[in-house]
Design a protein around this ligand. Structure first.
Ligand code: FCB
Length: 463
């Protein structure tokens, strides 16, 4: 009894600390949940190709069925309503809209997202649409993908097509999700699609992703008639020093430029971090006149994805910026199934840093969450105490950041549903809702029930 009322009390005090109009959300991405990869005119994406390539994805898993969300969208929105979400972040599959990447539009693709958006709005849930969450049409990859400058123009064309249809209804537009991952994991170390291993290509791809973002901004805004905000989501894994030796501080700065500033600085400051290309031992990407102005056009908000931190230990000679030594495991630290340390202060301090050093107008935490090995015994419950603590501690971290002035306006937990975790296939569960992949049954986990209670308490406080 006492523990229940204590935790109820903690939850209530937490709910009271969030500002008015705070958005309570959950996030997903098209390839990770939709399935129906061969339906209604969708063209192939780089993830279909990558997943079909032996040895690339855990046990050869692919997104053909995933959570079958394409057919179960109404049921999934009913679950969002049950959770009391005020916002939902999803992504639009470019190959459903433009099966060849550009040119002919597939109306059934647009229809699907229009129905999703309209249903969300009818339930009072604000739609946040990400235009690119990694499922590049394969036809564009065949011409070089993000290594090819033309892909940036194709992206802007695609963004405008979607905005023309939904610009009166979507509440928040996110051009790209984590271009760092698209560039470095996709073209640098090849862990993600399209699986290219060439560090110079990663820098070139990063530049073209940024250019695509910048070119898309005005083309989206031209069709926004409901006051919607337009931004971008970046991933951050803040570095912390393992000791105070000068070489550790030097390597930490190198790591920071690579991990957290490579794509942020061009957007906010209009330039790449100083010495970044030199510290990567690479050439600058092909920057053309006017590119940096296009890339640094003002955004309405920055979407922040954060899961963990890295602890850096300096080495001699100085390492390349992407090869700094990380200390792990840290004795006494706790880790998720991804091997990521649970360190809520990283999110808190990151939000404060973005506010103080980058003066961003608005921040949303567009992803944050944890994978643990959940067990479902066939009943009505899934107990996931570690995810529940992770969620609670990170929300407390956000409160600390808000208290220091960080303009955080919403939180989207990753993820609404267990789903296809890219190269890890279905082996990692991040959902606050459990998915039994055999039956496609959904069970709200304890963390999801806790989140629903928190949202309810917040709403009562605000009423
Ligand atoms: C992020 C991705 C998201 C999900 C989480 C765990 O990098 O944006 O799709 O896979 O990691």
């Amino acid at each position: 009894m006492t523990t229940t009322s204590n935790s109820e009390q903690t939850q209530l005090s937490l709910a009271k600390l969030f500002p008015a109009n705070f958005l309570w959300g959950a996030a997903t991405a098209s390839y990770q949940i939709e399935g129906a990869t061969h339906e209604d005119g969708r063209g192939p994406s780089i993830w279909d190709t990558f997943a079909a390539t032996p040895g690339k994805v855990y046990q050869g898993h692919n997104g053909d069925v995933a959570d079958d969300h394409y057919h179960r969208v109404d049921d999934d929105i009913a679950l969002m309503t049950r959770l009391g979400l005020s916002a939902y972040r999803f992504s639009i599959a470019w190959p459903r809209i433009l099966p060849q990447g550009h040119g002919d539009v597939n109306p059934r693709g647009l229809d699907f997202y229009e129905r999703l958006v309209d249903t969300l709005l009818s339930k009072g849930i604000q739609p946040f649409a990400t235009l690119y969450h990694w499922d590049l049409p394969q036809a564009l990859e065949d011409k070089g993908g993000w290594r090819n400058r033309e892909t940036a123009y194709a992206f802007a064309e695609y963004a405008e097509i979607v905005a023309r249809r939904l610009g009166d209804r979507v509440a928040g537009w996110i051009t790209l999700n984590e271009p760092w991952c698209s560039a470095y994991l996709g073209y640098g170390n090849g862990v993600h699609a399209p699986g290219v291993q060439d560090r110079q290509s990663a820098l070139d791809a990063g530049h073209h992703l940024l250019l695509g973002h910048g070119l898309a901004l005005p083309r989206i805004r031209a069709h926004v008639t409901n006051g919607a905000q337009v931004g971008i989501t970046l991933n951050f894994t803040p570095g912390y020093p393992a000791d105070d030796r000068p070489e550790t501080l030097r390597d930490l700065a190198r790591y920071d430029a690579f991990s957290d500033r490579w794509l942020l600085d061009p957007i906010v400051r209009g330039s790449y971090p100083e010495d970044f290309f030199k510290n990567m031992a690479l050439q600058a990407p092909p920057i053309e006149d006017g590119d940096m102005e296009i890339i640094s056009a003002p955004i309405d908000f920055l979407g922040v994805n954060n899961y963990t931190r890295s602890v850096i230990r300096g080495t001699e000679p100085a390492p390349l910026a992407d090869a700094c030594q990380m200390v792990a495991p840290i004795p006494s630290a706790s880790y998720t199934e991804m091997g990521w340390e649970v360190y809520p202060n990283a999110l808190s301090e990151l939000l404060v840093r973005l506010h103080k050093e980058y003066a961003l107008p608005k921040l949303y935490v567009t992803e944050n969450g944890s994978a643990f090995r959940d067990q479902w015994g066939g009943g009505e419950h899934v107990h996931d105490p570690r995810r529940l603590s992770y969620l609670q501690e990170h929300l407390q971290g956000i409160v600390r950041a808000i208290e220091q002035g960080a303009p955080v306006q919403g939180y989207f937990t990753w993820s609404l549903l267990d789903n296809y975790e890219w190269a890890e296939g279905y082996s990692k569960r991040f959902g606050i809702i459990y998915v039994d992949y055999d039956s496609q049954r959904r069970i709200i986990k304890d963390s999801g029930l806790w989140y629903a209670d928190l949202i309810q308490k917040y709403k009562e406080e605000q009423a």
